[in-house]
Write a protein that binds this ligand. Structure first.
Ligand code: PGA
Length: 249
């Protein structure tokens, strides 16, 4: 079901004590919006974070997951492991996973299948690089990133998919897509899904924007009709900034 979501991707930041501190700071700030709040700490802190947010209106996501159920995959984490500590949401396809760990859409399609088979929610990330936009290929690139990893799914599966459009040139750079650029792409994404599936499914899917969302630009970006929230990196590491973004709805 389409809803407003603000998700914090902590990336490879925060040790155990910092995770606890950040969550206790989040607790101190009143939430005044109806947005669903998700935080994605690193693996080592997922369980303590899950315990720490009990009773709060915050849920926990993992930043990645392996596609296999179990086995000889040194260093990897499975869906079962995540579920066993209460984590039911996973971010897949982040541009840093694509760029630094070689994750391609055929692999991401497998990861998506595994997550859905395990009744997890997927936050599927994608977005063009600056060169794609400069060559006016951004719509084509985004279309491929979505269709290659997700269009094998049946209609019913889409209830567990959240999309996160994150133009690579806006991640961690301080450069944000303008609210109009975000809206233009989000509308394109919705139309792409409507063309492949149905208008109903397109209308129901939650589409987040990510890339240098800060307290001073969140409200304008979130006010766009096809933007349903944000995936927040840097600004999610400061409780005040993150809650200001949550409360921007
Ligand atoms: P940023 O990161 O907010 O620091 O640009 C966003 C993301 O990578 O999800």
């Amino acid at each position: 079901m389409r809803k407003n979501i603000v998700a914090g991707n902590w990336k490879m930041n925060t040790d155990l004590a910092e995770t606890q501190d950040l969550i206790s700071d989040l607790k101190k700030i009143a939430k005044t919006s109806d947005a669903e709040v998700i935080i994605a700490p690193p693996y080592t802190n997922l369980y303590s974070a899950f315990e720490a947010v009990k009773g709060l209106d915050i849920s926990i996501a993992a930043q990645n997951m392996h596609q296999s159920a179990s086995g000889a995959f040194t260093g990897e984490i499975s869906a079962d492991m995540l579920k066993s500590i209460g984590v039911k949401t996973v971010i897949l396809g982040h541009s840093e996973r694509r760029a630094y760990f070689g994750e391609k859409e055929d692999l991401l399609a497998e990861k998506v299948n595994t997550a859905l088979d395990n009744d997890m929610t997927v936050i599927y990330c994608f977005g063009e690089e600056l060169k794609d936009r400069n060559f006016s290929e951004h719509f084509e690139v985004v279309n491929k990133q979505i269709s290659n990893a997700l269009f094998h799914l049946d209609s019913a599966a889409w209830k567990d998919i959240v999309l996160a459009y994150e133009p690579v040139w806006a991640i961690g750079t301080g450069e944000t897509a303008s609210p109009d650029q975000a809206q233009e792409m989000h509308a394109f994404i919705r139309k792409t899904i409507a063309d492949e599936y149905s208008q109903e499914i397109a209308d129901e899917v939650t589409i987040l924007y990510g890339g240098s969302v800060k307290p001073n630009n969140a409200q304008e970006i979130f006010s766009k009709p096809d933007v349903d929230g944000g995936l927040i990196g840097g600004a999610s590491l400061k409780a005040e900034d993150f809650m200001a973004i949550v409360n921007a709805f």
